[in-house]
Design a protein around this ligand. Structure first.
Ligand code: FES
Length: 102
């Protein structure tokens, strides 16, 4: 859910929207969104699962707790709450600690 009209704040126009993919589904966010804010605005509140299969979302929203770790374009352990979205980026839920591909 997003604010569509506000007497003081600038509300993004359609030109400011960026499309990226979460679990291969197109998700629309604004150019100022982080991955987490765009996902929450689109109704996604589970970003991954712990190694014991418990759902994870976001908690601190300032990059300190690691609750929001996701895989971005194949790179694990990216903090969704402080990472800006980019057009066409591919975000996947992370399960457990993530396995770097090196
Ligand atoms: S929610 Fe705490 S690091 Fe992202």
């Amino acid at each position: 859910m997003r604010i569509k009209d506000h007497p003081i704040l600038n509300v993004p126009t359609e030109k400011n929207y960026v499309t990226f993919y979460f679990e291969d589904q197109p998700v629309c966010g604004t150019a100022d969104d982080t991955i987490a804010s765009a996902l929450i605005a689109n109704g996604f509140d589970v970003f991954g699962f712990t190694e014991h299969n418990h759902p994870r979302g976001f908690f601190c929203a300032i990059g300190k707790c690691s609750a929001c770790l996701v895989e971005v374009d194949g790179v694990p352990n990216v903090r969704a709450c402080i990472t800006p979205i980019r057009e066409g980026m591919r975000v996947k839920m992370q399960r457990g600690r993530g396995k770097p591909k090196w």
